[in-house]
Design a protein around this ligand. Structure first.
Ligand code: SF4
Length: 355
C-alpha cells in the first residue's frame, strides 16, 4: 500500500473500470483505484469485496460537496435525459483524479471509457471536451480504446506499452467479456446502473432540494435519499418507511430540524427541515400526515374521540399536538412529477444531451 503508484484509475465498480485497471497492472505497473462517492452514486462498502475478488487496491474519495456545488451552479454541459450531468460529472472526477495523481507523485490516470459505448458522454468529441476541461489531455489513458486515440505521454515515454492496449469500440460487451475471461475474472459485475441522478424517481426527490433550498449541501441530498419525501411549498418533510429509514433519518438530524413522532404508539420517524419557518398550522398538517402512517395510532384515534398526540421536538424541546390522522391533510404534501422536473430543467435554458 505504501508504494507510489504509477497510475490512479477511476473505478466505478463496473466491468470496464476493472478491466482498464487490470490491463495496466498486467504491464507490471502499480495502479491504485479511486472510487468516487457522492449522495448520488458510490458504494464504499463494496470496496473490501472488490479488492478481494478483483485483486485491486481501491480507496474511496468523497466528492459530495464538490458535486453538489456543480449542481448548484448548474453543469456547464447540461443535464442528460433525467437529472444526470454526465459530462460535468466526468470532468469533476477526472480533475480530482489528476489532483490526487499530482499530489501523490503518480504519472498518469486511467479510465475505463470505451469509445462509442454511450450516446453522448463517450463520443469522441465529448471525450475530447472532457479531456480538455478536466485538464487531463496529457495524462489520461483509456486502455480499452487507446488504439483509437492519440498516444498519451505515458505511452510515448515507454512507461506503458501501447501495443498491449486495446481498440474496443461501441456498445457491445463481447470484447469485454472475452477479456474478463482471459483475465480469469469469475465474478462479472452487472452492467451500468447505480447512479441515482439517472433515475426519474430520484430526480423527483432531488429537484426540489436543488431549487428550493438557498444553498443545498451534500447532507441535504443524503436526507432526500431516505424514506418518503414530501414537499408543501418550501416545507420539506422526510419520513421513514421502516426501522432502517428511521435510524438513518435520526442520524441526519441537525439543529433547527423538527422531529415528529406519534406519542405512545409505534410511529415513523419524520424530520421537518426548516428552510422556511414552520408555522403551527403547517406543523399540525404534517403531524396529521405522520400520524396516518402509525396504524396503532390511527386505531387509537378512531376509538377515542378522533385524535392522537404527536410529539414535535426541536433542539431537544418537545411540544405535543393533537391531530386527526389524515393521509391527505389540507396541504398538498408530495413530490413534483417527473414531467414537471423536466419542464423546469428546460425552462432554465441550460444545454441538455441525450443520455
Ligand atoms: S450516470 Fe451519474 S455517475 Fe455516471 S457519469 Fe452520469 S452523472 Fe456521473
Amino acid at each position: 500500500m505504501n508504494t507510489t503508484p504509477h497510475a490512479f484509475a477511476l473505478f466505478s465498480g463496473g466491468l470496464d473500470s476493472i478491466l482498464a485497471a487490470r490491463l495496466i497492472m498486467e504491464q507490471g505497473l502499480v495502479v491504485r483505484c479511486l472510487h468516487f462517492v457522492t449522495p448520488f452514486f458510490g458504494k464504499p462498502r463494496s470496496i473490501p469485496y472488490w479488492e478481494k475478488v478483483y485483486g485491486l487496491e481501491i480507496e474511496a474519495v468523497d466528492v459530495g460537496e464538490d458535486f453538489v456545488r456543480m449542481l448548484r451552479e448548474r453543469p456547464a454541459h447540461g443535464f442528460g435525459k433525467v437529472m444526470n450531468p454526465c459530462v460535468d460529472c466526468k470532468i469533476l472526477m477526472m480533475r480530482k483524479a489528476r489532483e490526487i495523481m499530482k499530489e501523490r507523485g503518480a504519472s498518469f490516470i486511467i479510465s475505463g471509457e470505451v469509445l462509442g459505448q454511450r450516446p453522448m458522454s463517450q463520443r469522441r468529441d465529448t471525450l475530447n471536451v472532457i479531456r480538455r476541461d478536466a485538464e487531463v489531455r496529457d495524462v489520461l489513458l483509456r486502455p480499452l480504446s487507446a488504439q483509437h486515440l492519440d498516444p498519451t505521454e505515458a505511452e510515448r515515454s515507454g512507461l506503458v506499452d501501447r501495443s498491449k492496449l486495446l481498440g474496443f469500440f461501441g456498445r457491445g460487451r463481447k470484447d469485454q467479456m472475452a477479456l474478463a475471461e482471459r483475465m480469469g475474472l469469475t465474478e462479472i459485475p452487472t452492467p451500468a446502473g447505480g447512479c441515482r441522478l439517472a433515475e426519474k424517481e430520484n430526480a423527483r426527490r432531488y429537484w426540489p432540494v436543488l431549487t428550493l433550498l438557498d444553498e443545498p449541501t451534500a447532507a441535504d441530498f443524503e436526507l432526500s435519499n431516505i424514506g418518503r419525501q414530501y414537499w408543501a411549498g418550501r416545507h420539506w418533510l422526510s419520513m421513514g418507511r421502516n426501522e432502517a429509514d428511521n435510524a438513518a433519518l435520526e442520524r441526519l438530524v441537525r439543529p433547527g430540524d423538527a422531529i415528529l413522532r406519534v406519542r405512545d404508539f409505534p410511529s415513523p420517524f419524520a424530520l421537518a427541515r426548516q428552510i422556511t419557518p414552520w408555522d403551527t398550522e403547517t406543523l399540525r398538517d404534517a403531524a396529521s400526515l405522520v400520524a396516518s402512517y402509525s396504524p396503532k395510532g390511527v386505531r387509537a384515534a378512531e376509538s377515542s374521540g378522533g385524535t392522537v398526540a404527536v410529539r414535535v421536538q426541536i433542539n431537544g424541546e418537545s411540544t405535543f399536538i393533537d391531530v386527526i390522522p389524515r393521509r391527505t391533510p389540507a396541504l398538498p404534501w408530495g413530490e413534483p412529477e417527473f414531467t414537471e422536473v423536466r419542464k423546469a430543467i428546460k425552462s432554465e435554458n441550460q444545454p441538455t444531451f441525450n443520455e
